[in-house]
Design a protein around this ligand. Structure first.
Ligand code: SF4
Length: 369
């Protein structure tokens, strides 16, 4: 596969690096050892070169997609108390909220008036709402005709634990009530050492994978995420990516991968452990490494919500082909002190300015505008 521009991927590379680059440029799959070699030895330009070549091979038409949607966090009450979370309220704290169905409807109508097509529906792990409550919520929301991209694997596991049902049965009921697709939230790092240390009450790595596998087997498409830049090692980042790549090999159900760095402000984890915030370059390196390793993922999203518009533009040259969502409302990252906001018009301008053609899409990456 040609890289274009008369530039060789081998230029300036050590022998080992050059062999990995040749493999990537030929469309090959890198091994775990090769990932770690790239992570350790490749410079920023080399990673960009390889990730961009893959992006151009998969998306030669030069489009950058985005979805117009809104986050709705139906409750902030949560029993999990994840140390990296600045959003939740403990069940015994009276300041917690649960949105009424009338509030849900108003948010959905506002989204639809702005040309929005979907709701990213996620919430805390509420201690006592039965599964019937979420089924009723879905049926109510589907009455508006909106696509519901909702209930990440920790929520599905929580519903299963509270109801005494299996993950498969919970998913069957949620799908019957109108669930359209599942967001990849709650993955953080799919390694139980990290999960035990940061979110011991949340689902395990195996459970997260099991929810996604079952969802794919029941016909739902889902996304995958990674929150990195806290206590994990390079090997644990690799373990995360490996588990995603293996599942994608089995099911092909993931539409996209979305990595973003941990936002430490206002979190318990940042008070307990000294954590250096991931820099823009650190983010771009991880983005490119993900694009290179996840050869069976069609789409990689830039995270302008955590990185801001300028790094998001650069992301399009480090493997990303999608600008994510307009996020008409975003509460979780905002709680960690990050408050970038972009209108659809600004997203389109940023994409054009970076040299691409912006296109609005649906969750399954069907282009609509
Ligand atoms: S990340 Fe989710 S599960 Fe964890 S405390 Fe926050 S709201 Fe609860």
């Amino acid at each position: 596969m040609g890289a274009g521009g008369g530039v060789s991927a081998r230029n300036g590379m050590e022998q080992g690096m050059a062999e990995i680059a040749d493999k990537v440029m030929a469309g090959g799959r890198i091994s775990d050892a090769e990932f770690l070699a790239l992570e350790r030895d490749a410079d920023l330009y080399q990673l960009a070169f390889l990730a961009d070549a893959i992006r151009r091979r998969l998306h030669p038409e030069g489009l950058v997609t985005y979805v117009v949607d809104r986050n709705i966090n139906y409750t902030d009450i949560c029993i999990s108390a994840c140390k990296f979370c600045a959003f939740f309220t403990a069940p015994e704290d009276p300041s917690g909220y649960v949105l009424t169905f009338a509030q849900l409807e108003q948010k959905i109508r506002e989204t639809q008036e702005l040309g929005g097509t979907q709701i990213l529906l996620q919430g805390g792990l509420h201690p006592d709402k039965p599964l019937e409550y979420y089924e009723e919520m879905l049926r109510f929301m589907k009455g508006t005709g909106i696509h519901v991209h909702g209930f990440s694997p920790p929520e599905v596991c929580h519903f299963a634990a509270l109801s005494g049902l299996t993950i498969a049965e919970v998913l069957r009921r949620l799908i019957a009530a109108g669930l359209d697709s599942i967001p990849g939230g709650g993955a953080e790092i799919l390694c139980d050492r990290v999960r035990q240390a940061t979110a011991p009450r949340k689902c395990t790595a195996d459970q997260w994978i099991a929810v996604m596998e079952e969802a794919h087997n029941q016909g739902l498409r889902t996304t995958a995420t990674m929150m990195f830049g806290h206590i994990e090692t390079a090997g644990e980042r690799l373990e995360h990516l490996r588990r995603l790549r293996e599942l994608q090999d089995r099911t092909g159900g993931f539409t996209a991968f979305i990595p973003w760095p941990f936002q430490p402000d206002n979190t318990a984890l940042a008070q307990q452990v000294e954590i250096e915030k991931t820099t823009g370059m650190g983010y771009l390196r991880m983005l490119a490494l993900s694009r290179i390793y996840l050869d069976n993922f069609d789409n990689i999203q830039a995270s302008w919500v955590t990185q801001g518009p300028k790094i998001a533009q650069l992301s399009l040259y480090f493997g990303a082909n999608d600008f994510g969502s307009t996020m008409l409302e975003e509460n979780v990252v905002a709680a960690a002190g990050v408050s970038f906001r972009l209108s659809e018009q600004e997203i389109r301008r940023l994409v054009v300015d970076a040299g691409f053609a912006p296109r609005q899409r649906l969750m399954d990456y069907t282009v609509i505008v």
